[in-house]
Design a protein around this ligand. Structure first.
Ligand code: PNS
Length: 169
């Protein structure tokens, strides 16, 4: 986008942050809903060097790129550092997070309050589609590791990548 629409607060931007190791249908649901609410949505793969993932960051980015290709206003980036700095550098005033259950709320509230205190960025919580209320990347990996069927929980390219990584293709 060029011209005045691209400047300052006229463009409504938000970020959907996460580890995305790998992206699931639950993430995708939140990203697609955010893409309808905002002009530009950043999907930020936050790099945590202390946590070895199943997929390398570049692989996660590639999978996210493939499954979000239909959303023209979605951008994908990896970032090492604080989420508030990612937001500051891109003039993003809002973080969009899915809330699956009350159990998510405690930690999400802490992060939202910390992020708001650090930089004034707001966090908007979107209730997860009940179909995915039990879904997490960790559970998907665990079930897939032991040969369980996760085909209804992740997009087909992610399923293929999981099967390849777990050597069952
Ligand atoms: O998918 P996850 O692992 O639940 O996502 C957690 C994530 C990456 C969003 C969170 O850990 C995060 O924002 N990390 C970036 C570092 C940071 O800003 N930490 C302070 C949070 S208050």
């Amino acid at each position: 986008m060029t011209g005045p629409e691209s400047e300052g607060s006229l463009v409504r931007r938000a970020v959907c942050p996460g580890s995305f190791d790998p992206i699931t249908n639950g993430h995708l649901d939140i990203i697609s809903r955010a893409s309808r609410l905002y002009d530009e949505v950043y999907v930020a793969v936050m790099i945590n060097k202390a946590k070895k993932g199943l997929f390398e960051v570049d692989e996660r980015l590639d999978l996210i790129r493939q499954v979000t290709a239909e959303y023209e206003n979605v951008r994908i980036e990896a970032f090492h550092g604080l989420l508030v700095d990612f937001c500051k550098q891109r003039d993003i005033p809002a973080i969009v997070k899915g809330l699956r259950a009350v159990s998510d709320f405690d930690y999400e509230l802490q992060m939202a309050q910390m992020n708001n205190g650090l930089s004034g960025v707001e966090t908007l919580f979107v209730p997860t589609n009940p179909t995915y209320s039990f879904l997490s990347s960790s559970l998907v990996k665990e079930v897939a590791t032991w040969g369980g069927d996760v085909s209804h929980l992740v997009p087909p390219v992610v399923l293929e990548a999981l099967n390849k990584r777990l050597r069952r293709d």
